[in-house]
Design a protein around this ligand. Structure first.
Ligand code: CP
Length: 523
């Protein structure tokens, strides 16, 4: 029997559902919306209708829409709904997330909806729970749905946003031109768009935010890497002045609760740059639609209430769609919907291109390495380390290299100058054996661009050029630079972070998406 494509799946970030799977979800939601509007019995086919099917809501940050729409969706489904009272739970006795959830899985619960200030929690729990299920022979999947984690992602908001965009684009996913306006720095709903918008074949994104609230550079790079046409503006007025504005505008509120004192002091000025006042209405086309994940600030809304009764208002329908999309999502992860799905299953895999390649040792006379005046007879020479960097940085990274790969011992390491005046590191290890594949992979992770020379009988017998690996994981010295990432040792969950290459020598944490240069992922 083939496994159900969606049963027991988690949604920790928007990419956990591939493009085709999301289009399927939107088709189902559309069917449900029509059926409910018509009072049609088709809606009955969506119900899980199982009082033993347990769903837990765990909200460690405030929420109205997400928590209540999931709750209403659970009531629609006639399933068992529980809420963890985090304020009086054993979290206060420093119990880990992993232990807390293991207990609730042991009580037979199958779906967990979590909102947390820490980032990457759902991914961690999905991994931990797989191990728990194996230990206890639990044969059904357990789904973790990220209801917003810190500044990272809000994937179910992304689902209802995409559904509403499609609804307004006459269900065409050919192209979208979208303005993202507001607090793009802290806003997890806009961060989910970086990969969510790949739903559309052609994407134009206009980013409208003052520099203090600008989209982090890693996310902007990720959008351009995907072929999105990206423009940036520091205020609504400069955006309107530039012209060619988007027909769809997505606003986010300034997230005051996540801002430091310095930015808070300028909140009025910053809010002014991202507030659409009614006098601006004539400057946008009649087909323009505004979206907002809500809530709006009751005193200082960036989409003022005077706009509620205008055709710009798509945010109320967008919010109502949240209930429907979440009903469809729960039906899919419960295995109630999806038997007829025929597309690719699961997130698009991280490509695994080569991390190292053998190159021919220098043609003609075999190359000989000397450390100072003494020729090396047998051993290892790692050359071209951090070529082009400053000497101090190269020395620092060679120390990291030795610690991570266990290259401490006899020999020396130098910073030398190339013919073009740039610096490079070179490390000599006489007597060291040829590295195995695992060691070569680790070396590639720490010093991509370097070459490993295996010296035998005084000559280079094997030369390996190290490339940047597509994924770096399972090495104890790795560390995510985001203190809000669940992998940070301060949070006590004992997780080794892992990283995927997002272009050039930059790597994103797989838990929180924090963007790093390759040297920054090492402790
Ligand atoms: N859009 C959204 O996440 O709203 P809540 O914070 O009220 O859940």
């Amino acid at each position: 029997m083939t496994a159900h494509p969606f049963a027991g799946r988690s949604l920790t970030a928007i990419r956990d559902l591939n493009r085709t799977e999301r289009l399927y979800l939107y088709d189902q939601t559309r069917r449900l919306k029509q059926a409910l509007a018509a009072g049609d019995t088709v809606a009955e086919a969506f119900r899980i209708d199982d009082p033993d099917f347990g769903m837990y809501e765990i909200f460690l940050e405030d929420s109205t829409r997400t928590r209540e729409s999931f709750k209403n969706a659970a009531l629609f489904h006639r399933i068992k709904l529980s809420e963890l009272n985090a304020a009086s739970s054993s979290f206060n006795k420093k119990e880990s997330y992993a232990d807390t959830i293991a207990n609730l899985v042991g009580y037979g619960n199958r779906v967990f909806v979590l909102r947390t200030a820490l980032e990457g929690v759902c991914r961690h729990l999905a991994e931990q729970t797989d191990a728990y299920r194996r230990r206890h022979g639990i044969d059904h999947g357990v789904s973790f749905i990220n209801a917003g984690d810190g500044r990272h992602e809000h994937p179910t908001q992304e689902l209802l946003d995409e559904f509403t965009f499609l609804e307004d684009l006459n269900w065409s996913s050919d192209s979208i031109h979208l303005a993202l306006v507001g607090d793009l720095y802290h806003g997890r709903t806009v961060h989910s768009k970086v990969h969510g918008l790949d739903l559309f074949s052609n994407v134009r994104v206009d980013l409208v935010a003052p520099s203090e609230l600008a989209m982090p550079a890693g996310y902007v790079n990720a959008m351009t890497e995907q072929g999105f046409a990206v423009r940036q503006f520091d205020s609504i007025s400069s955006y309107l002045a530039a012209g060619d504005t988007a027909p769809q505008w997505y606003f986010t509120r300034p997230q005051l609760e996540r801002m430091g004192e310095r930015v808070l002091r300028r909140q009025d000025e910053l809010r002014g740059a991202i507030t659409f006042t009614p006098d601006l209405i004539p400057q946008v086309g009649p087909e323009t639609r505004f979206y907002h994940p809500l809530p709006r600030h009751r005193e200082h809304p960036t989409v003022p209430r005077e706009l509620d009764d205008t055709p710009l208002n798509a945010w109320e329908r967008q919010s109502a769609n949240g209930y429907l999309v979440r009903i469809a999502l729960l039906a899919m992860v419960a295995g109630k919907l999806g038997d007829d799905y025929r597309g690719p299953v699961g997130p698009e895999a991280v490509p695994t291109p080569e991390y190292a390649m053998d190159v021919a040792p220098t043609a003609g006379e075999p190359k000989r390495y000397s450390e100072g005046v003494r020729p090396i007879h047998d051993g290892l020479v790692i050359d071209h380390i951090c070529t082009g960097d400053e000497p101090e940085e190269i020395r620092r990274h060679m120390t990291t290299l030795q610690a991570v790969v266990g290259l401490n011992g006899r020999g020396g390491e130098w910073v030398s100058t190339g013919r073009d005046g740039t610096f490079k590191g070179i490390l000599f290890r006489p007597g060291f054996p040829e590295p195995d594949e695992g060691q070569i992979a680790t070396l590639a992770a720490v010093v991509p661009g370097a070459t490993i020379n295996v010296v035998r009988d005084g000559a280079v017998a094997r030369k390996v050029r190290l490339l940047s690996p597509a994924r770096i994981s399972a090495i104890p010295a790795l560390r995510c630079g985001n203190p809000q990432c669940i992998t940070d040792p301060a949070h006590g969950e004992q997780i080794l972070p892992s990283f995927v290459r997002i272009g050039g020598d930059r790597y994103a944490c797989e838990y929180c998406s924090h963007d790093h240069g390759f040297k920054e992922i090492w402790r």
